[in-house]
Design a protein around this ligand. Structure first.
Ligand code: TYM
Length: 328
């Protein structure tokens, strides 16, 4: 069975974009792959995040994975910081990456443009992400479109390592879902729906209550063309159609047919309802799980223990292949 690896970064609350672009697909793929799902908490320190907020986000994301149907027995589900090999391999990845290629990462360039002080950690984040993936002999990395550039650099570094030293790493391939690889904001459908958005009404959070979800969709920006069609001139309508199609597990064309003759009010209402139907039971389960912190921590430890075993083996191999002293 091939190995699947993916992660979310607890810099904020998980969004409908994270759900559609990542978690929903993981749930289906866990049957086909030997899967590892990670709360990539070390990545959150790349921005200046409040310690209590970070801690809460970590528990929330871990609970969301379980609540969304990822099986902690069958898969490995863990928090990155519990497995120190990530930091160890991250350093080695930094040393293999050229300054120029890291500077070309568009996510970093965007942050640098918007913010005055960006950390070295943020610059080095794709290399830590490469370490996450490569530690586990990963074959496939299911992500949204925004992460593909990071998978590409991971592949480049892994190939460089293999040719400079010795064949060590499996070269992973990134995969994006056919529908929903980039869910857009509700108020600005030309920009990705993001955890770190400026306006809460632009984003649906997995933990939003039913009423809030309905209200946010009712405010979603559409256009004045008065037709329900998936096309470039209608980014808002196309986004709603995409969300509806993924929630109902149908093709975009079938969603278009379903809404033939309907007005935008109906499109918004039914899309909101499809999201509510899917997220509401997950939200209840997250709430239940969070009541039992001890149980969550037991699951975290079990997952970390399984992850450490694989990661340790990789690090030993890497140390040996680069010429470091390899004593455990
Ligand atoms: P993060 O937390 O930003 O996003 C988690 C996953 O959600 C996807 N995603 C979206 N998909 C569709 N539409 C959107 N609007 C949307 N927003 C986010 C992302 O593409 C991602 O798949 N660096 C990663 C976390 C990470 C990781 C890894 C991923 C750390 N190590 C190793 C894969 C493998 C990140 O910031 O994800």
């Amino acid at each position: 069975m091939e190995r699947l690896y993916s992660a979310t970064k607890p810099t904020g609350k998980l969004t409908l974009g994270n759900y559609i672009g990542a978690i929903k697909n993981w749930k289906e793929m866990q049957e086909k792959y030997s899967s590892i799902f990670c709360v990539a908490d070390l990545h959150s320190l790349t921005i200046n995040i409040d310690k209590d907020e970070l801690n809460e986000n970590i528990y929330n994301q871990f609970a969301t994975f379980i609540a969304a149907g990822l099986d902690p027995e069958k898969n490995i589900i863990y928090c990155q910081s519990q497995v120190k090999e990530h930091a160890e391999l991250g350093w080695i990845m930094n040393c293999l990456t050229y300054f120029g290629e890291a500077s070309r990462m568009t996510q970093f360039k965007d942050h640098k443009q918007k913010e005055k002080n960006v950390s070295v950690g943020l610059f080095a984040y794709p290399m830590l992400m490469a370490a996450d993936i490569l530690l586990y002999n990963t074959n496939v990395v299911p992500v949204g479109v925004d992460q593909m550039q990071h998978i590409e650099i991971c592949r480049d570094i892994a190939m460089r390592f293999n040719s400079r030293y010795k064949e060590t790493f499996v070269i992973p391939r990134g995969i994006v879902p056919k529908t929903g690889a980039k869910i857009m904001g509700l108020l600005d459908p030309t920009k990705k729906m993001a955890k770190s958005g400026d306006n809460d009404n632009d984003v649906i959070y997995i933990e939003d209550d039913d009423e809030t979800i309905m209200k946010k969709f009712k405010r979603a920006v559409t256009d004045s063309l008065n037709r329900i069609k998936y096309c470039e001139e209608q980014p808002g309508v196309s986004n709603l159609l995409t969300i509806y199609a993924t929630m109902k597990n149908i093709k975009i064309e079938d969603a278009e047919k379903h809404f033939e003759g309907c007005g935008y009010g109906e499109l918004k209402k039914q899309t909101a309802q499809s999201v509510i139907d899917e997220l509401s039971p997950i939200r209840k389960k997250i709430f239940e799980l969070k009541q039992n912190k001890k149980y969550l921590e037991e699951l975290m430890e079990k997952g970390a223990e399984k992850a450490r075993k694989i990661a340790r083996e990789t690090i030993k191999k890497v140390y040996e292949n680069v010429g470091l002293v390899n004593i455990d």
